[in-house]
Design a protein around this ligand. Structure first.
Ligand code: FES
Length: 107
């Protein structure tokens, strides 16, 4: 089963967007690729963004947790700096269909 999240053009590149689903997730677009993660910091288990859709650092080169500043790679979700260094965000499967719609792939 897959759930439509948004269209790929709804995101800037790089850019991110959060979705308040049963399990909160967010997606990040970079170089026209999209990556999806559960919105839960491995450090303290809270949402990462400080305001709606703000998941990236100022340069938009990394995912950044707003609470204690942990830095995660966009491509793998691995924490490379901060209190949860070496621990990864939990990724979620995404599908981009021929129309450019991004779906959560729950299978
Ligand atoms: S809760 Fe994310 S770095 Fe502490």
């Amino acid at each position: 089963m897959s759930e439509k999240l948004c269209h790929i053009n709804d995101l800037t590149d790089p850019g991110a967007m959060g979705f308040d689903l049963e399990l909160p997730v967010f997606i990040v677009k970079k170089d026209n690729q999209v990556f999806g993660y559960i919105n839960k910091c491995p450090h303290a288990g809270v949402n990462l963004e400080w305001q709606d859709n703000d998941f990236l650092n100022i340069d938009k080169t990394f995912i950044q947790c707003s609470v204690h500043g942990a830095i995660f790679t966009i491509e793998s979700g691995l924490c490379v700096h901060g209190p949860c260094n070496g621990i990864g965000l939990k990724s979620v499967g995404l599908l981009v269909d021929d129309n450019g719609d991004i779906h959560l792939n729950n299978k």
